[in-house]
Design a protein around this ligand. Structure first.
Ligand code: ATR
Length: 290
């Protein structure tokens, strides 16, 4: 592509991408994705758009009219957008949320890269083989749903979903195949026993997120040394749960990788090229440490 003084030049061939949400100005996606375009020499530019529920339909028309190639969709639009695209990928349909749109010559296809992004990050950063593993997932909200869906495709021995409101864990387990898929719902009171037996424990709740940085969803000392403690939270990068787990001899996996890899999958769907994951991580880390 056109280069000028080491900088990417926006010209009349530049392809548009972006992220939508409400709020959106905190998003790290633009710096991460523009780095990915620069790194691969793709003539694309990625911006953040503040879109509300009211302006979402008009935005989607804009995507069609302007030929915007790809959109990431974040809070609060991951459900509403499903009614506005032309086709929904089977995984996104099962998860019940869309976070990525690919515009294929006017046909808008919705995907969900959150769960598969998380699992790719877990495999590349902490535990390469999830087959046969005993996994505990704490929390039964939207994030948990995508992750459990993606974990099941890795053929773990079992996935136990614990939730403060156990009915929500039961509904989630049932809707993704229940006991036949190796899924069990447990109340938080049973976490101690299940964590003692688990190979991987994943926190999908907001417990421990800034500003409540001193809180942990479990006592990490319940876990076996060598087991993996994984937290979706990336602010702070190292949560109380991970700090405690490390002190107990566990391996730890933070939430930044999920953000990077959900973006990596989106990049790959849009461009057909492998995402420059390490460059993306470097850019996001640098921006967090400012
Ligand atoms: P997300 O899409 O990020 O998963 P969500 O759908 O609101 O957000 O789900 C939040 C999850 O964190 C839920 O599992 C919630 O438990 P409940 O279903 O019982 O509400 C869990 N959660 C949030 N705050 C919590 C707390 N202080 N203690 C325990 N669980 C908590």
């Amino acid at each position: 592509m056109a280069e000028h003084g080491g900088n990417q030049v926006v010209d009349s061939h530049t392809v548009l991408y972006g992220v939508i949400g409400d709020p959106i100005r905190h998003s790290k996606s633009p710096i991460m994705m523009n780095r990915a375009f620069r790194e691969t020499g793709i003539n694309g530019v990625y911006a953040a758009f503040h879109i509300t529920s009211e302006t979402l339909p008009a935005f989607v028309e804009g995507v069609r009219a302007m030929g915007i190639r790809g959109v990431n969709v974040t809070i609060p639009h991951k459900l509403q957008i499903m009614e506005l695209v032309d086709e929904i990928d089977a995984g996104a349909l099962a998860i019940g949320a869309v976070n990525t749109i690919v515009n294929d010559n006017g046909k808008l296809v919705g995907y969900n890269t959150d769960g598969i992004g998380y699992v790719r990050s877990l495999k590349e950063e902490a535990e390469p083989d999830l087959a046969g593993k005993r996994i505990v997932v704490i929390g039964a909200g939207g994030a948990s749903r995508g992750i459990v869906y993606a974990l099941l495709r890795e053929k773990p021995d079992s996935v136990a979903i614990a939730n403060r409101t156990v009915e929500r864990a039961e509904e989630l387990a049932e809707s993704l195949g229940g006991a036949t898929a190796g899924l069990t719902a447990i109340p938080n009171e049973k976490l101690r026993d299940w964590c003692g037996d688990a190979d991987i424990v994943i926190n999908t709740t907001s417990v421990g997120m800034y500003p409540n940085v001193g809180l942990s969803p479990i006592e990490a000392g319940w876990m076996k040394p060598g087991a993996v403690a994984s937290d979706l939270i990336y602010n702070p990068l190292r949560t109380e749960f991970l700090l405690q787990a490390e002190a107990s001899g566990c391996r730890t996996h933070g939430g930044l990788g999920m953000f990077i890899y959900q973006g990596a999958y989106a990049f790959e769907y849009w461009t057909g090229q492998a995402a420059p994951v390490e460059a993306m991580r470097e850019t996001v880390l640098a921006s967090l440490q400012v």
